[in-house]
Design a protein around this ligand. Structure first.
Ligand code: ADP
Ligand code: MG
Length: 231
């Protein structure tokens, strides 16, 4: 099942999101502030205080997750576009993901096509890393009992370079795939539902494409294709 997001749909999602994300971060902060105020009251039982602390922490975690997944759009910055080596940056992202993979009993593998090692493209390095990390993190989270996460770099058709990120996780039905770009759509207890929207926005900025191929119960492959920089 292949899914490609339409440009108009994407723009609509991103503008909707920009309006609501600051609100979404402010909420947990307000709640946390409330709990901290309650803690100033010395007459409260210790047990109750512990509950307040737990709730305040989980709210802060949520604010942090939203900021992490959404950083680049929540704080619009000048894009820092330069000529970069896709293979090197893919390996950089796997280094960042490695501890998270180990923590989740996931074997992390890379397969770099020899012909790709010197290939370059024009992109914002931080943004490509964020895309690969967001997709890789999802892949790891889709394998609650461990599995294999594989990054493959290969040449695509028409002067593109392709990064495939595949997992042996829970997979998705076509219906689930169709919800991926709905803001705040998440199947996770502590998810933000923002990670893939950020990804699709950044890939678009690179004039690239993002495809998803998934089978329920078997696994998922995200496929990023980026135009090559031809010298
Ligand atoms: P979050 O990770 O916070 O839930 P995302 O936008 O990153 O938000 O992902 C949205 C949803 O897409 C996830 O909650 C999950 O249900 C689904 N998803 C994303 N990647 C995968 C994957 N590799 N395998 C299965 N489901 C996935
Ligand atoms: Mg995610």
């Amino acid at each position: 099942i292949i899914n490609k997001i339409k440009e108009t749909e994407r723009l609509q999602i991103v503008s909707q999101l920009a309006a609501s994300v600051s609100h979404e971060v402010r909420n947990p902060l307000t709640v946390t502030k409330g709990f901290l105020k309650l803690l100033q009251d010395n007459t409260i039982a210790n047990e109750k205080k512990f509950d307040y602390l737990k709730l305040a922490l989980s709210e802060l975690n949520r604010a942090e997750a939203i900021i992490n997944d959404y950083l680049s759009i929540a704080r619009p910055k000048e894009k820092d576009v330069a000529i970069g080596n896709i293979t090197n940056d893919t390996l950089n992202s796997t280094n960042i993901l490695a501890p998270y993979a180990v923590m989740n009993q996931v074997e992390l593998m890379t397969e770099i096509d020899e012909a790709c090692k010197e290939l370059t493209a024009k992109y914002d390095q931080q943004e490509l890393l964020q895309c690969l990390i967001n997709i890789g993190k999802n892949a790891i989270e889709a394998m609650p009992n461990g599995g294999v996460l594989k990054f493959i770099v290969r040449s695509g058709h028409e002067n593109n370079i392709v990064i495939n990120i595949s997992d042996t996780g829970v997979g998705m039905t076509p219906e689930e795939i169709s919800k991926l770009y709905t803001p705040y759509y998440t199947t996770k207890e502590t998810g933000t539902g923002l990670g893939l929207i950020v990804v699709s926005d950044m890939i678009q900025a690179m004039q690239g494409t993002l495809k998803i191929n998934s089978k329920k119960g078997e696994g998922t492959t995200f496929s990023i294709s980026i135009p090559l920089h031809i010298k």
